[in-house]
Design a protein around this ligand. Structure first.
Ligand code: GLA
Length: 725
């Protein structure tokens, strides 16, 4: 056994990483999992402690931070590269470590002197959020071109008892649909080549080990901060563990690296938790909260929106829009967003994208009158834009047909009648910057809904090469430039709903449009998946009309509102058309949201489901006072099939504490109207707090009313300083 074996460890509050540093090789993965004591070290070098199998190479190659093909590693490579067929196999002969923060963040510089490649892998473990950020950088040290076919942002080890991979599928109007596959000896792989984060393949997944649930057990999660093509795979290894890689999917030729040039991967974020999927969600939420670009570093309470889209679609004529604004303000709306339809020639989705100035027939004198009206009502004004797109039927395209991404000789493929601009061309992004800043300089606009309504195809640059990566980087650069020029502007990332939701676009944006589907029942599933990685305060969630435009289903106002209030609340319907009773209820819900938003946003949340069609969400207030305050939103999604209603078990509470519980909502109508029969306990709970023991709420649970299908009940639950007896 070699005594000189070195190990390095990274620690956070609840997780640890241990790497072995054999001389003249890439570091070997020894551990990624729950927190170890500070000086824990492996019993011996790995090769000294694992007896060898039969019929193998005379060289034992374990999983490293950079497994590479061709020199002993038979599994998936973290890097696939060559120089016109030469240097097709990489192997690193040295590794130097540069500590960024002791025991938390390190840059490993790996050198392959034969292939003349340097690979820098940065591992940064946030000590508080428990999220590990990994990125990889390749430097071409030779004087010839290097072609990268695949570069994993990071390679992670998963333990042998990993059992299920949970990932998020879907499509437009149905994002973040949870799917579960059982891990096996076959490679598990997901790829997305749509040129955006996508509706159907979120670059994220959760791995549950045997017995893990929403609330307990060891789970691992990873997310790629990238708004373009991506891929991930999990592969079983012969020692029983798995390797997990995630990175950017590269189109042919996209990874060509000039002599001396550097290639930077997107960042992979990864975390583990012993507290099941909800514990993992807490880590990712906390991490994203450290990164969101709030003005002066602090999030304002999330203002209630009114968005004109489903109320008016393209028919945004000043008088009805002003009337809608007046009605919205009377209900308590705080930000009025003029969606699609306002700009030059935009009367349908077949024309005008690219011509970003007010339509002369709708707004002959510009937007000033409308915006003044909105501002005078006490609301902020926001506007819809889709900067990266152009309709062939537009002034912009007539003047610059060459500005669209295209492949010479091939037909242009439209989607929603539109093409994608090559915004990596400076003249194109300059045009967009000029048009957007002109708008923001002319009018007091506090918010942009930044849309991106199609996948990328024939994404060829001017030089004929693939431009998927260039497009993503140029979009970030444009957003950043606008953010720097207008620092208190808020931006929403929308892409036909949730097609561009990831940690990278959220470096420049403050809200996402979760889905074009605002049917409350569909939304419960979509939001549950969304909340696995993203916190509720950035989740655009609107109260829509009934029947819902995307599903044809109708839900009562209380249910629609109760589903929407947990996120960043908005209203998306023509509120002038509501019945007086619905208007009254809506007003009450908006007021209710304003009272609760400080407790709904910024803290820990737990998503749960109970028997008999109950789904629920518990939100803890962010400031941990002596008494923790919770809001519980419990949703009955279908009619009961039980004679008596099961209770909801609140596992996150402290068994040694007492809790004061009160039933707050539905609001704006008599709570009993959603009940099928009542019991004295709920009568009391509506009027005053009941004190209930934490252990009881954990193990027995909180009783639920016997309720009509599609009803929601909101409870306030406050921890009491008194210990339970
Ligand atoms: C996309 C968005 C919608 C709306 C329309 C406007 O589909 O997701 O919310 O803004 O574009 O065309």
């Amino acid at each position: 056994m070699s005594n000189s074996t070195q190990f390095i460890s990274l620690h956070s509050a609840s997780s640890s990483i241990v790497l072995e540093l054999p001389p003249n090789e890439a570091p070997i993965w020894r551990y990624w999992g729950l927190r170890l004591p500070p000086h824990t070290s492996p019993e011996a070098a790995l090769r000294d402690s694992r007896p060898l199998p039969t019929f193998m190479l005379d060289f034992d190659q374990p999983l490293t931070v950079a497994p590479s093909f061709g020199v002993g590693w038979m599994g998936q490579s973290a890097l696939l590269a060559h120089r016109q067929g030469q240097d097709f196999a990489q192997s690193f002969q040295s590794c130097t470590q540069h500590w960024i923060r002791p025991h938390e963040a390190v840059c490993l510089q790996l050198l392959d002197e034969i292939a003349e490649i340097q690979l820098n892998i940065t591992l940064d473990l946030n000590p508080i959020t428990n999220v590990l950020s990994i990125s990889s950088q390749v430097i071409n040290l030779a004087s010839t071109l290097l072609e990268i076919q695949w570069l994993a942002s990071g390679t992670l080890p998963l333990p042998a008892h990993s059992q299920v991979i949970r990932y998020y599928a879907g499509q437009h109007n149905n994002e973040f649909i949870e799917k579960n596959d059982v891990l096996s000896r076959s490679i598990w792989k997901r790829e997305s080549r749509r040129g955006r984060t996508s509706h159907d393949c979120s670059p994220s997944a959760v791995v549950l080990t045997e017995g893990a649930t929403e609330f307990s057990g060891l789970v691992f999660g990873a997310h790629l901060a990238w708004s373009g093509n991506h891929q991930q795979c999990i592969e079983w290894l012969h020692d029983g563990q798995y390797q997990w890689q995630m990175g950017e999917w590269l189109a042919p030729g996209e990874g060509i690296l000039e002599a001396g040039a550097t290639w930077q991967s997107p960042t992979l974020l990864a975390s583990c938790s012993a507290l099941g999927c909800n514990g993992l969600a807490t880590n990712f939420h906390s991490e994203l909260r450290t990164q969101l670009p709030w003005y002066k570093g602090k999030m304002k309470p999330r203002p209630v929106h009114l968005n004109t889209w489903e109320g008016f679609y393209f028919d945004v004529y000043p008088e009805p829009v002003k009337e809608l604004a007046t009605a919205a303000a009377a209900l308590g709306v705080e930000r009025f967003v003029l969606d699609d339809g306002w700009f030059h020639g935009r009367h349908h989705d077949r024309a005008a994208l690219g011509d970003w100035w007010p339509d002369e027939t709708k707004f002959p004198n510009g937007l000033t009158d409308l915006i003044n009206h909105v501002n005078e009502l006490g609301m902020e004004f926001g506007i819809w834009l889709e900067p990266e797109m152009v309709n062939p039927n537009s002034d912009l395209f007539k003047h610059h047909p060459d500005w669209a991404l295209q492949i010479a000789g091939r037909p242009l493929i439209t989607a929603r009648n539109q093409l994608v601009l090559d915004i990596s061309r400076p003249e194109v992004s300059d045009y967009l910057f000029e048009k957007i800043s002109e708008l923001l300089n002319t009018y007091p606009i506090g918010y942009i809904k930044w849309d991106h309504n199609r996948d990328l195809t024939t994404a060829g640059l001017k030089n004929g090469k693939a431009g998927y990566r260039a497009q993503v980087l140029a979009a970030y650069a444009l957003m950043q430039k606008i953010g720097q020029q207008f620092p208190n502007l808020e931006i929403e990332s929308c892409s036909g709903g949730g097609g561009r939701i990831d940690f990278a676009v959220l470096q420049y944006t403050h809200r996402v449009w979760t889905s074009d589907c605002i049917d409350a029942l569909s939304r419960l599933q979509i939001q549950k998946g969304f909340l696995q990685f993203f916190p509720p305060e950035i989740m655009g969630s609107h109260i829509g009309t009934a029947p819902a435009h995307t599903t044809g289903r109708s839900q009562n106002m209380g249910f629609r509102a109760a589903v929407a209030i947990t996120g960043h609340l908005g209203v998306e319907l023509d509120v002038r058309q509501l019945s007086p009773s619905d208007q009254e209820q809506l007003k009450a819900w908006i007021e209710f949201y304003k009272q609760l938003r400080d407790r709904l946003h910024g803290g820990e949340i737990w998503r749960g489901s109970g028997q008999d069609a109950w789904l629920w969400q518990m939100h803890a207030a962010p400031t941990q006072n002596a008494e923790t305050q919770f809001v519980l939103c419990a949703y009955r999604t279908q009619a009961t099939d039980h004679r008596y209603t099961p209770s909801i078990k609140l596992n996150m509470l402290n068994p040694a504490k007492n809790y004061a519980v009160k039933l707050l909502g539905p609001v704006g109508l008599d709570v009993s109207s959603r009940m099928q029969s009542n019991a004295p306990f709920f009568d009391q709970l509506k009027k005053s707090f009941a004190t209930i023991n934490g252990a009881w709420l954990i193990h027995h649970g909180l009783p639920m009313p016997r309720a009509l299908a599609e009803s929601a009940f909101i409870f306030e639950i406050n921890e009491l300083t008194t210990l339970s007896s």
